[in-house]
Design a protein around this ligand. Sequence first.
Ligand code: PBG
Length: 326
Amino acid sequence: MTNTLNFKRHRRLRSSNAMRSLVRENQVNKEDLIYPLFVVEGEKVKNEVPSMPGVYHISLDYLEEEMNELQALGIKAVILFGVPNEKDEVGTGAFHDHGIVQKATREIKNKTPEMLVIADTCLCEFTSHGHCGVIHDGDVDNDESLKLLAKTAVSQAEAGADIIAPSNMMDGFVIAIRQALDEAGFINIPIMSYAVKYASAFYGPFRDAANSTPQFGDRKTYQMDPANRLEALREAESDMDEGADFLIVKPAMSYLDIVRDVRNNFKAPIVAYNVSGEYAMVKAAAQNGWINERELVMEKLTAMKRAGAELIITYFSKDVAKWLNE
Ligand code: PBG
């Protein structure tokens, strides 16, 4: 029977699993995943973060086991966040030779050298006031903070970090860190810049996990206004000019338009950060039986790839790798 109506039959390309996979444009690969880890002082510590089911604070003695598990799953990179025992005004724990991130980095690179270690470079987990820099006259002092961030990055590189990921949102942090790394001989250590980081309520569970909620005020004088789009391009542009090797957009889920904008305007690898609040929402709904967790997670991570991200930082990395291995 011939079709006399003149329309296009899109369903032809959706007729079976095999057909759909033949024409699929985007997919999540294990190689795209970066797994965030919260490391703490002490021994035999493995405490679940209450607002992030399945995410733990772990002590150094569990790192080897953790890395073996990740490698067996096919995950090649971790990003480290430190939760120190002690904090002070200037965040000394961030740049101390025996800081928790430095010790964790050494441990991982000793035991499982193939694992790529990305060090989050920020002060907020280490300052008593919870801000990402040093405080003068009630505000975060940009240029004074740069000196400490540069010191932090160098000490992380000395500990063996493969990539430096500054997340503090001070102006000029990429060039300050690049210069300090180069002067210390780390010319080959790339910078994965949190170039486009919004002041977001989606970071709530992370701040519980890292105990880094600001003790006064908020982060709106340094993190970006969620209403803005051109500002993202300005931030990405200056970071590229200053020498960034990767560009992070954060959060991911509600900011896929920004991921696409950044993808269209820059040639560096783009990293989408699927943040703690995005994770917590999915977990809570899944625990209530309200959504299909596996399908929903794969759908939203695929959307990040479709928006133009090459890499995804996600607390779901292990689950996703398991599903992809099945
Ligand atoms: C530190 C930092 C934060 C996150 C990553 N690095 C918290 C913040 O800016 O308050 C958030 C990550 C997440 O929510 O998963 N500056």
